[in-house]
Design a protein around this ligand. Structure first.
Ligand code: HEM
Length: 398
């Protein structure tokens, strides 16, 4: 049987998805002027050394980004500032907060599926996988429902533009691509700035209200901190969850015997979500900047270079995952790296797991059969550091 990647032609650069083993766990790419880290052990080592692998990668982009875009963004912050900011952010994601969201997410999933009930064919992404996570994250931020579509547009626009950004391009080309992505970003930031100002005028008891009242190192957060924090949640929490839902449906379609097992035994659901994150990791890669002389995987890395840390490749490492091409929800242990590792480990992981479990559970409850449509293949995200679909036409039975 052809692999899932071959069947749909997913990013050929991510050759590990086609079953080809990674030959060099750490490799320098002359054309990109960047390192690739692909081995599971090597990825873990890099993520455990924020002193040598800095998250403040924006400094390596030729035009550089203004400080004002990154302050308050955990994903662009190194220790020691990262620790204090993360502690503050973690208050928004206590197990209690996440558990309280469950009935709302469940109701949302049902409502969205009600809207396609009666149809034999629909696009899974626009029916469920886009609207569910964007609703959850915008509700967390207290953004009115009527403005939700704006975020869908800005976020997908940004991801698509950044997908065209290649470190191998000339500085001018990089600047043009980056500029186009930043246009979407600026519109989103302008909106969030007005929204934060509104929250200051009329204080409220929600996540943003909490941040407005909170202190970081003894000082109140600035509007810019809060705006960037909200931007980070939108970037980190929305499309990755969308991709998780789409990817799992795609995998269940490709492995119908697994779908039958999961339908018969719902206790496999949490394992299904973990295996989906391993098999088709939405955040296929993250970025770091070398900040010290360091040896990794037998190579010498020097400061000031971009590093692509490939979760997707590490998740197919046969040294850690026996039979990595098999899609096995009962795989145990399953030390998949889809949520990253170390100090930047995904803060929203419990929420994302719950959203995935509920969305997929409701789908399986509603439709006894869900299959891809051979006449309408799924379309994949263009960004080479993501693995996920933008459209996924399905045929269902009721
Ligand atoms: C960080 C993946 C959903 C919030 C990360 C990282 C990964 C990741 C790989 C680490 C990035 C790095 O080390 O550079 C995912 C995936 C998700 C998901 C695959 C869905 C399936 C969410 C959700 C939220 C969220 C729903 C919140 C609404 C965050 C935050 C960070 C983060 C705040 C930054 C943590 C830090 O830097 O300390 N995520 N994420 N994520 N994620 Fe998620």
């Amino acid at each position: 049987m052809a692999s899932l990647a071959e069947r749909w032609g997913i990013h050929p650069d991510q050759y590990w998805l086609y079953g080809r083993p990674v030959e060099e766990p750490v490799r320098f790419d002359e054309e990109m002027d960047a390192w690739h880290i692909c081995g599971h052990a090597e990825v873990l080592e890099a993520l455990s050394r924020p002193d040598a692998f800095s998250s403040e990668t924006i400094k390596l982009v030729p035009m550089g980004a203004e400080e004002s875009y990154t302050e308050g963004d955990l994903l662009q912050t190194d220790p020691p500032d990262h620790g204090a900011l993360r502690k503050l952010a973690a208050r928004a994601f206590t197990p209690r907060v996440v558990a309280d969201l469950e009935p709302r997410i469940d109701a949302l999933a049902r409502e969205l599926l009600d809207a396609v009930d009666g149809q034999d064919e629909f696009d899974l992404m626009s029916a469920l996988a886009y609207p569910l996570p964007v609703t959850v994250v915008t509700e967390l931020l207290g953004i009115p429902a009527s403005d939700r579509h704006l975020f869908e547009r800005w976020m997908t626009g940004m991801v698509e533009e950044m997908g065209d950004l290649s470190l191998a391009d000339s500085a001018e080309d990089q600047e043009a691509t980056f500029g186009a992505a930043m246009d979407h970003m600026r519109r989103m930031l302008d909106y969030l700035r007005d929204h934060v100002a509104e929250c200051r005028r009329a204080p409220r008891d929600d996540l943003l209200g909490g941040l407005i009242a909170a202190e970081l190192n003894g000082r109140r957060l600035t509007d810019n901190h809060i705006v960037n924090f909200a931007k980070m949640l939108l970037i980190a929490g929305y499309l990755s969850t969308t991709m998780l839902i789409g990817n799992t449906v795609l995998a269940l379609d490709h492995f119908p015997e697994v779908a039958a097992r999961v339908r018969a035994d719902r206790s496999l659901m949490p394992g299904l979500v973990e295996e989906s994150l391993r098999y088709l990791s939405p955040v296929a890669a993250t970025y770091r900047a070398t900040a010290a002389d360091i040896e990794l995987g037998g190579k010498r890395l020097t400061p000031g270079k971009m590093v692509l840390v490939w979760f997707g490749a590490a998740n197919r490492d046969a040294r850690v995952f026996p039979d990595p091409m098999a899609f096995e929800p009962s795989r145990s242990p399953n030390p998949q790296l889809g949520f990253g590792r170390g100090i930047h480990f995904c803060l929203g992981a419990p929420l994302a797991r719950m959203e995935g479990r509920i969305a997929l559970g409701r789908l399986l409850d509603r439709f006894p059969e869900i299959r891809t449509d051979p006449d309408k293949p799924p379309a994949f995200m263009a960004a080479p550091d993501t693995t996920g679909v933008t459209s996924l036409p399905v045929r269902v039975t009721r």
